[in-house]
Design a protein around this ligand. Structure first.
Ligand code: SF4
Ligand SMILES: [Zn+2]
Length: 341
């Protein structure tokens, strides 16, 4: 399968007003693989990030608080120049597309009307989901899908590990509005927020999938990747955070009750800031993630466990981190205490 082709620009320049990036890929739509086109627009930024922000989110780096409608319209033109009729279009703003302070209503409608797609996916925090906005936007994009970053179905983890700024109940209210308005729903879940052991993180992901999985909800599992200028990056530099093992990702999914579509984000997987194993099995496992995303066949994840014997090291780390109430990794701990032995 072809890997997504990407056009990235330098994002760490808050004076920029242009598009962040676009890329093409493949996406399962109604059980069939379709070509997809992803657009990352630069906006004034996520309202929550401007006030406080989630512990793992570095999207503020791709925002510019001075961006207004004119710049967004120019970015739309730039995006359209690379659009080739892909059936699935994802328009991400590193914030909330439904927040009219971030994407004014008239601009949002022009964006939705500009793409001739079978499905348009946009992201939003739950507080911006309401019937009025969905009715007016759904006229411009009949197959509108709203994606919400719930991350975890555990309010304690949302508040203390992620600083999410909303509760599971807020998500449920927004979810019901989305479904009542015949829009599609996508829910992002996070594997391994900070301050959890590997086992706690796996249990949290498995119970979160079980809590939200539904035939009308596409669950997208995002193993944490360490983004710049975040609390997680600070912990990672201090060696107090290790990104999740890829084995944990697969095991948590296999331990959950899946009742609807589920995909795995490969962002950062296999890199030093993303979900990782020993290194030598990364290429095979990334291929397995791609195959899983296009088939939903969990046997692919089960068979993956025979690919590499670093499963033993993974198991050892899970055991020892639980006993020590330690949130880093056992390799780090061994390094740290080597000098005392
Ligand atoms: S994760 Fe989402 S809600 Fe949290 S700060 Fe980033 S863009 Fe905002
Ligand atoms: Zn391995």
């Amino acid at each position: 399968m072809a890997l997504p082709s990407k056009t990235y620009k330098k994002v760490y320049d808050c004076s920029r007003q242009d598009l962040v990036s676009t890329w093409t890929g493949e996406e399962l739509l109604n059980g069939k693989p379709e070509r997809s086109f992803t657009v990352i627009m630069r906006t004034r930024g996520c309202s929550w990030s401007l006030k406080s922000g989630c512990t793992m989110c570095g999207y503020h780096a791709a925002s510019n608080p001075s961006i207004r409608s004119e710049a967004l319209k120019l970015q739309l033109e730039e995006a359209l120049s690379g659009y080739d009729g892909e059936a699935v279009v994802k328009i991400y703003t590193s914030g909330s597309f439904l927040d009219e302070g971030e994407v004014p209503g008239d601009v949002a409608i022009s964006i939705l009307e500009a793409f001739d797609a079978k499905r348009i996916i946009v992201e939003s925090r739950p507080e911006y989901v309401n019937t009025g906005i969905l009715e007016s936007y759904a006229d411009s994009a009949p197959q509108l899908e709203i994606a919400m970053g719930l991350e975890s179905s555990n309010d304690f983890i949302l508040e203390h590990c992620i600083n999410k700024g909303f509760t599971v109940e807020d998500y449920r209210v927004a979810r019901d509005i989305i479904l009542a308005n015949d829009c599609h729903l996508r829910t992002y879940l996070l594997l391994k927020p900070p301050f959890l052991t590997e086992t706690e993180a796996m249990e949290d992901l498995a119970s979160s999938i079980t809590a939200v999985s539904h035939p009308q909800n596409t669950v997208s599992v995002n193993p944490l990747n360490v983004q710049k200028d975040t609390l997680v990056e600070r912990l990672w530099y201090r060696r107090e955070y290790r990104p999740p093992w890829i084995w944990s990702l697969f095991q948590a999914i296999l331990s959950s009750e899946i009742r609807g579509p589920l995909v795995i984000s490969r962002a950062g997987v296999g890199s030093k800031r993303g979900a990782q194993n020993c290194g030598s099995c990364h290429d095979v496992l990334l291929g397995n993630i791609d195959d899983f995303n296009l088939t939903g066949d969990t046997e692919i994840l089960k068979r993956s466990f025979s690919v590499c014997d670093c499963t033993r090291e993974w198991a050892a780390q899970k055991d020892i981190s639980a006993l020590l109430h330690y949130r880093g990794s056992h390799e780090i701990l061994c390094d740290r205490y080597a000098g005392y032995m």
